[in-house]
Design a protein around this ligand. Structure first.
Ligand code: AMP
Length: 143
């Protein structure tokens, strides 16, 4: 299965924040949308970075509650790992494991087309494996 198929199933909505948004505002957004990471939008269509709950936890451990007033731009990761709609879900599993990230924005021709989380990847892999299992069962029982 390809990333484009995952987006067809889950949709293309990407929640973004501006780098000036406070960490407190970010936490509210993560809670409201029930998500673990958001893309940080730069000028125009630019991808300034990505920020996840992990970044907040790390900075909380370092700075305590003062982190809540910090701008998102100060805690985000700027070296963003992205994928394209044509990539295979299986390859993304490897990428996420190697780079230790659970969220990957989908980009083509500089345009942000969606975001895939490790939850989406696991769901897609299970449905592919289930499909293969059914085919094997059919092959064995129907001859
Ligand atoms: P996550 O596992 O997605 O919660 O993120 C763990 C760490 O990796 C955090 O520091 C994130 O800012 C960073 N991160 C998450 N997704 C990406 C990505 N696609 N590219 C680069 N860094 C990321």
């Amino acid at each position: 299965m390809r990333i484009t198929d995952v987006l067809t199933n889950k949709g293309t909505t990407v929640t973004t924040v501006r780098p000036e948004e406070t960490v407190e505002g970010l936490l509210r957004l993560l809670d409201e949308r029930n998500i673990g990471a958001v893309v940080v939008a730069g000028e125009g269509t630019d991808l300034a970075g990505i920020v996840s709950e992990r970044d907040v936890v790390r900075r909380l451990a370092e700075h305590g509650a003062a982190v809540l007033g910090m701008p998102v731009g100060e805690i985000m990761t700027t070296d963003v790992v992205t994928c394209t709609p044509e990539d295979e879900v299986e390859d993304l599993t490897v990428l996420m494991t190697e780079r230790r990230v659970r969220h990957v924005p989908v980009v083509a021709d500089g345009e942000l087309l969606g975001i895939v989380s490790i939850g989406d990847v696991v769901k897609s892999r299970i449905s592919t494996l289930e499909h293969h299992r059914e085919q094997m069962e059919h092959y064995i029982t129907q001859g």
